[in-house]
Design a protein around this ligand. Structure first.
Ligand code: DLZ
Length: 153
């Protein structure tokens, strides 16, 4: 699966890391792909100690990521999908989730993988979800980024 500019990084041993995945539930088919991609990345990098926590929507990702980052995990991966509708709601949810997740990483020093898809259409999200017909695998990519950042610290 092409990464469309993402580095083609071979998996390295991350078996010493403990990782939390926090995933929203809106747009179930896309989310299933993102979560599967994250679990594939954990497996490819030898991470055995991990847990996945589900939250209602992407707006709720930062508060749970914050709690997890303060609970002894070496890395947190946040997964969500926001699809533009006819109101400014899209901008508010995207900004709150993005700013909040960035703040969690900077405030705690725990890497937060940014697996939040912000798309104009559902098709754009499906294309990036790591599903059979997708061209990108953002769940895998975000997880690998969090793992490699944790190793770099
Ligand atoms: C309300 C809402 C809307 C309209 N769209 C999305 C979306 O596309 N993706 C997503 O993850 N969550 C969405 N939400 C829910 C909000 O993130 C949040 O869960 C609610 O506003 C309750 O706090």
């Amino acid at each position: 699966m092409s990464g469309h500019g993402a580095p083609d990084t071979a998996p390295v041993d991350c078996s010493g890391l403990r990782v939390a995945v926090v995933a929203a539930t809106w747009h179930q088919e896309v989310m299933d792909g993102l979560v599967a991609g994250a679990l594939r990345a954990l497996d490819a990098h030898g991470v055995e100690r991990h847990e996945t926590v589900r939250v209602p929507g992407s707006f709720e990702l930062p508060v749970v990521a914050s709690r997890l980052a303060r609970s002894g995990y070496d890395a947190v991966v946040a997964l969500g999908v926001v699809i533009r509708g006819g109101t400014p709601h899209f901008e508010y949810v995207c900004a709150a989730a993005t700013d909040g997740l960035s703040r969690v990483a900077l405030d705690t020093g725990v890497p937060v993988g940014f697996g939040l898809l912000t798309c104009d259409t559902e098709q754009q999200a499906l294309d990036r979800a790591g599903l059979e017909d997708s061209v990108e695998d953002k769940g895998y990519e975000a997880t690998q980024a969090a793992l490699l950042t944790a190793l770099a610290l």
